[in-house]
Write a protein of this length. Structure first.
Length: 183
């Protein structure tokens, strides 16, 4: 089974990138039947959702080639880890738009959250929990929260030792939920 780790930031200089790569590096060390893949949202150049046709009814056939490429990639996974920054006490607009441009690609697939921001991305994660409920996506209980004031030293991401354990707990829960859901 495949799990996609999505870097959900579009900014040129992104604090999300080292967080997502840290999570992916830990995933690469795991043994078992699950494969993990790093997905960088910036690579897909997903345009603003302006189509008059609702994404749930286009049957995975999107008019825009970038959206189609995004759809084709997302559809290959059994579950996801959303690595999300928190912007203005909420989810980042570009990431939210990219999620909104799809429909059945997300439906029923488990998801876990890793957030970062001045309070660890907790407000963005709480909003994501409400958003993914629309797609009937089961959510694991564990989440990771990286604080900009404590987990970055001299401008560089510097996770604490406990974070590796926490990432593995999150993966354990996501793998268990995905296996139950897919069986």
């Amino acid at each position: 089974m495949k799990i996609g780790i999505i870097n959900g930031s579009l900014r040129a200089e992104r604090n999300t990138e080292p967080v997502a790569k840290f999570v992916h590096e830990i995933a690469a060390q795991r043994e078992g039947s699950f494969g993990y893949e790093y997905i960088d949202l910036v690579d897909y150049n997903v345009p603003l959702l302006t189509s008059p046709v609702h994404p749930m009814v286009v049957n995975r056939n999107h008019e825009d080639s970038n959206v189609q490429r995004w759809s084709d990639k997302i559809d290959t996974f059994d579950a996801y880890v959303f690595v999300t920054p928190e912007y203005n006490h909420g989810v980042p607009g570009g990431f939210k738009n990219a999620v909104d441009t799809l429909g059945p690609e997300w439906v029923g697939k488990p998801v876990a959250f890793v957030g970062h921001g001045s309070v660890g991305g907790v407000r963005a994660i709480e909003q994501w929990r409400q958003i993914v409920a629309n797609f009937s996506m089961p959510v694991v209980r564990a989440e990771l929260n990286f604080n900009l004031f404590f987990d970055w030293k001299d401008g560089a991401f510097s996770p604490a030792e406990r974070h590796q354990v926490e990432v593995n707990v999150l993966f354990d829960q996501l793998e268990e939920l995905t296996a139950k859901h897919r069986s």
